[in-house]
Ligand binder design. Structure first.
Ligand code: ARG
Length: 463
């Protein structure tokens, strides 16, 4: 296939340089967007009288045929083409000759590629958004089922205070809701059309940029032609948003890995979402969660790639920018792949409330409640804290829990204790009392779930 830029050159490109320069391996993913963009551009050229109406019709029909054949698998993308833009234009010209050669009037590959990436990533954002929605809904169902299932809440990975499993899960729902919000922000900023920026300086032809923008579903046009062709902020922004999603999935994965260890055994993963060991017959490994945690590294790497590619580039287009695509494509695919296995893994896991309760009973996680009790009896919190600390020390030395101490033992530490202490430190009561907004009490968790459901709906209707 001839290069689009043959006129000035006397020799063919060195074949290794040709491979080095080519981007068809990865930008062929944008074939549909490239053709859709070209159909809109042709419509605009026709409307503005820059090409004749019959030429516009012929170009549009042939481009539609090419797209249909690519989708049906009856036309293969030529791996020797320089990039997807060259391939589509070459194929068009091969079919309709000089008319095809008119398509590139008032356009450059620079605004074409900027357009294609925006169109492609816009769709990918919608796909990630949909997966996050499904994940949130799965979390809501689990959280509702476990809004009263007690387990220890941790700080420093040390048992801290009693919470419910529903409350713990909803913390992740909050993260994923923020992720969805970030994605829709990113989509909004991305959704401006660069088409008509041409190579860098706009054009002398009487084009109508707003028309192509509206045909392609954009909210508006990039206001500066240099910026239109050289802006890749949206690639950086999306890569950052995807990195944050992976960070959240990775933290969640880490907890799942801990929870299904024998040391915790708070959950058991379904056989369909676990793997075995080649040598140790007893093993059931949380490979999916580990892989999600591991793949986080590669998505962060993709973010660093685009930030570094862009940092020293003078205006406007530079070939360095061809390196914008592989990283962000990889990041999107990785996130989609992770979400598509993570959600069903969560949905099918078995929750083991007894083991959670057992862990909650063991770690003096009602000690704060014991101190709070003394505060209600008139002691200053600092004094109540110190007395409770001494009581915990006594329990550890004597192999007891706070619930198992006799009233005499309590009173040996402070006269302020009476029999009402037991109902104050009862684990279920400890949780039920944490009714502050956003707190761990089942009633508060219920309100939290309702809030999250409304938020999800608002995010989806805004998208
Ligand atoms: N393959 C190029 C890219 O991905 C397309 C734009 C090429 N423009 C140019 N003037 N060489 O960025």
């Amino acid at each position: 296939m001839d290069k689009l830029w043959t006129g000035r050159f006397k020799k063919a490109l060195d074949s290794e340089v040709n491979d080095f320069n080519s981007s068809i391996r990865f930008d062929s993913k944008m074939a549909e967007q490239d053709i859709t963009g070209s159909i809109a551009h042709a419509a605009m050229l026709g409307k503005q009288g820059i090409i004749a109406a019959e030429e516009c019709t012929a170009i549009q029909k042939t481009l539609s045929d090419i797209l249909a054949e690519l989708q049906a698998g009856t036309l293969a993308i030529d791996p020797a083409a320089e990039d997807i833009h060259s391939f589509v234009e070459g194929e068009l010209t091969r079919r309709i000759g000089d008319t095809g050669k008119k398509l590139h009037t008032a356009r450059s590959r620079n605004d074409q590629v900027a357009l294609d990436i925006r169109l492609y990533l816009r769709e990918q954002i919608d796909a990630v958004f949909g997966e996050l929605k499904a994940l949130c809904e799965t979390i809501f169902t689990l959280a509702e089922a476990h809004k009263a299932t007690i387990l220890p809440g941790y700080t420093h990975l040390q048992r801290a205070q009693p919470i419910t499993f529903g409350h713990h899960l909803m913390a992740y729902a909050m993260m994923f809701l923020r992720d969805m919000d970030r994605l829709s922000d990113c989509r909004r900023r991305m959704n401006q059309s660069p088409l008509g920026s041409c190579a860098l300086a706009g054009t002398t032809f009487p084009i109508d940029r707003d028309y192509t923008a509206s045909l392609l579903g954009f909210d508006g046009v990039c206001q500066n032609s240099l910026d239109g062709v050289s802006d890749r902020d949206f690639v950086v922004e999306l890569s950052a948003d995807l990195s944050v999603i992976m960070m959240h999935l990775s933290r969640f994965s880490e907890e799942i890995i801990l929870w299904c260890s024998w040391e915790f055994k708070f959950i058991e993963l379904d056989d369909a979402y676990s793997t075995g060991s080649s040598i140790m017959p007893q093993k059931k490994n949380p490979d999916i969660a580990e892989l999600v945690r591991g793949k986080t590294g590669r998505v962060y790497g993709d973010l660093m790639t685009i930030l570094t590619v862009m940092k020293g580039l003078p205006l406007a287009y530079n070939k360095d920018m061809q390196e914008d695509k592989e990283g962000v494509f990889d990041a999107v695919e990785t996130v989609l792949q992770c979400l598509s296995v993570f959600t069903p893994m969560l949905k099918t896991m078995r929750v083991l409330p007894q083991n959670m309760k057992h862990a909650a009973d063991k770690g003096f996680i009602n000690a704060t409640d014991c101190a709070d009790y003394l505060v209600t009896r008139g002691l200053p919190f600092r004094t109540a804290y110190k007395i409770t600390g001494e009581i915990v020390g006594y329990c550890i030395e004597n192999g007891k829990t706070l619930e198992a101490l006799t009233l005499e033992e309590y009173q040996s530490f402070s006269e302020a204790f009476d029999a009402s202490v037991y109902s104050h430190i009862d684990m279920a009561a400890c949780v039920a009392k944490r009714t502050s907004k956003g707190g761990a009490a089942p009633a508060a968790v219920e309100a939290e779930i309702q809030w999250a459901k409304d938020r999800l709906q608002a995010l989806c209707s805004r998208q």
